[in-house]
Design a protein around this ligand. Sequence first.
Ligand code: PLP
Length: 386
Amino acid sequence: MCAPPARTLNLAGMAYLDHAATTPMRQCAVDVWVEHSGALNAGSPHAAGRRANAVLADARERVAAALGADPVEVVFTGSGTEANNIGVRGLYLASGIPRVISTPIEHPAVLEPVKALGQTVAEVAWLPVGRDGHVRDLAALDEPAAVAAVMWANNETGAIQPVGEVVERASAAGTPVHVDAVQAVGHVPVDFHACGATTLAASAHKFGGPRGTGILLARRSPAPLPVVLGGGQERGIRSGTVDVASAAATAAALEEAVAEMGRERARVRGLRDALLSGVAAAVPEVIVATQEPALDGHAHMMFPGANADALIMLLDAAGIEVAAGSACASGVVRMSHVLETMGFTEREAMGALRVTVGRTTTSDDVERFLAAIAGVVERARAAGAI
Ligand code: PLP
C-alpha cells in the first residue's frame, strides 16, 4: 500500500476537489517511476534494451490482468486523448465504411475526431441523450458503421452510459465499438473482454499514475490502423519509443486503484453524497446534473444566475479547488456541450460547477466546501446581477 503522498503533493492548505481533471500521483507510482527512470530503449536488442523490455512486458501483463485483457492487447500511448484518437480514427481507417456513430456528450478527445471524420469522409449518426445525461435511444446502432464511439462515463456529470447494450446492439450490426473509459478505469470495475468492446481508452493520471501516459486496449481483430506512422512499436498501432518508467508506474497505480476499489468507492460516494445534500440544504435554487447511474465521486451542480468563473475564483480564494462545468476556450467561458445536449438553458449552464471527490479527499475538505458555498453563490449571483 502507498505511503501518504504528502511529499509529491502541493495540496497543503487547499481542499482539492477536482479529481476528475487529474488526481495526485500515488506514492507507489512515484517510487516505481523513479526505480525505472533509467530504463533505456525497450526496442533495442542489446542487454540494456532487453532489461527495459522486461520492465515494459511486466507492466503490460499487469495492466492486462487489472483490466481483463490479454497482454498483447495493451498499447501504451502518450495520453488518453491519443488512445481515443487511435480508437476512433484507427477503426474508421481499418473499415472504410463511410458512417460513424457517437454521442454528443463525448469528451473532445472523441468528439473532435468524430466531427473531423463527419466534415470530410463519413456521415455521423449521433445517439440521443436524455436530460439525465444518459444515452437513451440506440436505434442508430442497427445500421452498420466503421465504428461506434461511446464513453463509459461522462467527465462532466459522471453519468455512466449503457456500454453493454451499445456493444450488444452494435455487434449485431457488425460495428466495432470504441469505449472512452478514461473516467472509469481505476474507479469502477472495467473488464475489457467482458464488456465486448473492440478498443478502449484509459489515462494513467486519472487513477494516480503519471500524466502523459495513456492506455489503448485493442483486440487482435479488427485492429485499428495507426494514425501516426513511424517505427512500428506497440504492434504498429502506436509508433514511438515507449516511456518504460511511466508504463511501469501506470501498472503500479492501476493495481493499487483496483485493489482498494471496493473500500474506496464506498468512502468516496459517502463524501460526495454528504456534499450534495449539504449544498441542497444550504443554497437556494441549485440544480444537480449528476444522475444515477453515475461515478461515485462526481457532483455536478448548477447555480443559475451565478457565473462559473466567479464561483471558481471565490472558492479558490477560500482555498477550495473545483472545476467549471462549462468549457473555457481562449479565455472565453462557453456553455458546456454536455449541458446543452441535456437541455439546460444558458443561464443554468453558465453557473455550473464540477466538484469531484477522490482518493485524497477528507470529510474536512467537504465541510470546508459546505461552509463556503452558500456565501460564494450569493456573492457570485450579486455580481452577475450588476
Ligand atoms: N476522455 C475523457 C472522458 C476525459 O475525461 C479526458 C480527460 O479529462 C480525456 C479523454 C483525455 O485524457 P488525457 O488528459 O489523458 O488526454
